[in-house]
Write a protein that binds this ligand. Structure first.
Ligand code: ATP
Ligand code: MG
Length: 455
């Protein structure tokens, strides 16, 4: 129960505070209860006894006053000087009525000394309670008879009662003090156990959370690696597709294109050598037309399949030619083009070329611009491509694209496949800028993932 049993700064100091708080609040109540229970019964007993004794004294005073009155009536003058009879009479009251002292006072309250002084019982001791009764003579109050009773016995009895009632008070106060404190102590112990269980549970929970977090971290890391791998694979797919398309385009151009060109020359010769307006000449001319149409188809297919021009003249010259194609009298295209010394991978070249092509096409189709600027710049970690026009601009959609076409979406897909980032800066009336950043580290053509292609 002692507060000293709980160490200072204990984790459950809240509980100690509650117990201390309660015991501090209850202590005055307990002391009050102790005083009330111990003292009230003895005090009440003493008061009752004193009242009884006072009544007794009053009755004795009345009798004594009557006796004095009678004596004074019988001997109006002499009684003061020969009070022996009166004294004997009054002494009988002291002995028989249990009075401690009797005094006679005149009407002004001055004590009348009888011959031997006051009438006192030999047992008169301790505190006295006085009561008076008037001495009436011819309906006139001539003095008072004062009777005192001793309160010593009542006090002793009350003191005797104080013992058992004091014990009772101590018992009740103890119960009042210790029962709630005991209950609080038990409750605190239970709380302490619950808190310990909670702490254990928390610890387990934290461990589980830590385990789950680390599992999640691992899963995330795996996912990130897989995503990186997927991006690499996508880039490789783009690369392979580009290479494949260029091979097909070259094959088309070199084999079918060359053969058709040879056929065309032969047909032209046939037309010249055959009789004019002969059937052969007409058939050769018709075949020549078909060959021309087929050659045109092949040229279109070759240009669709792959920018073979990249293989032929390289990225910078290819972009220069694109710009030349788009330039008109009322559309000036300024350029600032550089590539790293070792060149770029085929995939990076393709993406740069296609993005420039689409951006220039859009500018020519939608912008109504008269100035265009194409920048290809090399930064330590990136290749930066920017196509900016001073045209009418537009309100970009959710991912910055305009609505309807596939051009901008396709551009972004190509860039993101190589791990790059495309940003469109535009607003109505403020022109449009397509800003692309491509990581310089990309797949090499021979498929070595770790190779740094540009340096
Ligand atoms: N440079 C630009 N200036 C003004 N508006 C543009 C510009 N570029 C794109 N836009 C707007 O964004 C829209 C979407 O462009 P996007 O290239 O995706 O499609 P498209 O050019 O309309 O069709 P597609 O490219 O599929 O042939 C365009 O229709 C146009 O309204
Ligand atoms: Mg477009």
């Amino acid at each position: 129960m002692s507060e000293k049993t709980v160490p200072e700064g204990h984790a459950l100091s809240g509980k100690v505070g509650l117990r201390r708080y309660l015991s501090a609040r209850m202590l005055p109540l307990v002391v009050l209860l102790l005083v009330l229970v111990s003292a009230s019964a003895p005090l009440a007993y003493a008061a009752l006894q004193a009242r009884g004794l006072r009544e007794q004294a009053r009755a004795t005073a009345v009798q004594a006053a009557d006796a004095v009155a009678r004596e004074v009536q019988e001997r109006p003058v002499l009684w003061r000087y020969d009070a022996g009879k009166l004294l004997a009479h009054l002494r009988a009251y002291v002995d028989n009525a249990g009075a401690a002292r009797i005094e006679i006072a005149d009407r002004s309250g001055v004590r009348i000394p009888l011959d031997t002084g006051s009438i006192t019982s030999p047992a008169a001791s301790g505190p006295l309670a006085w009561e008076a009764a008037p001495i009436v003579l011819n309906e006139e109050v001539v003095g008072h008879a004062w009777v005192a009773v001793s309160l010593a016995e009542a006090r002793a009895a009350a003191l005797l009662l104080l013992g058992p009632f004091g014990l009772l008070g101590v018992g009740l106060a103890g119960l009042l003090y210790f029962i709630p404190l005991g209950a609080i102590t038990r409750a605190e112990r239970r709380i302490e156990q619950s808190q310990a269980a909670l702490a254990r549970f928390n610890q387990t929970l934290e461990q589980q959370v830590a385990e789950r977090s680390s599992q999640l971290g691992e899963a995330y890391e795996q996912l990130r690696q897989k995503e990186g791998r997927l991006r690499e694979l996508s880039a490789r797919a783009v690369l392979l597709q580009e290479a494949e398309r260029r091979v097909i385009a070259r094959e088309l151009h070199d084999s079918a294109g060359q053969a058709l060109t040879a056929i065309r020359i032969n047909l032209q010769l046939m037309v010249q050598l055959a009789e004019p307006d002969s059937k052969v000449a007409k058939m050769a001319a018709r075949t020549l037309t078909i060959v021309d149409a087929t050659l045109e188809e092949i040229r279109r297919a070759v240009s669709m399949l792959g920018p073979a021009i990249l293989d032929d003249v390289g990225l910078v010259a290819a972009i220069e030619r694109l710009c030349d194609d788009f330039e008109r009298e009322d559309l000036e295209i300024s350029r600032e083009l550089e590539v790293p010394d070792g060149g770029l991978s085929a995939a990076l070249e393709s993406v740069c070329y296609r993005v420039t092509q689409e951006a220039l096409t859009n500018a020519a189709r939608h912008a109504g611009a008269n100035e265009l600027r194409v920048v290809l710049r090399v930064e330590p970690a990136h290749i930066v491509l920017e196509v900016r026009d001073n045209g009418r601009g537009f309100v970009p959609g959710e991912r910055g694209e305009g609505s309807g076409g596939r051009g901008l979406v396709g551009m972004r897909e190509r860039v993101e496949l190589l791990g790059g980032n495309l940003r469109i800066d535009t607003a109505p009336g403020a022109g449009t800028a397509i800003h692309v950043e491509l990581p310089r580290r990309a797949l090499s053509d021979d498929g070595d993932d770790s190779a740094v292609v540009v340096a």
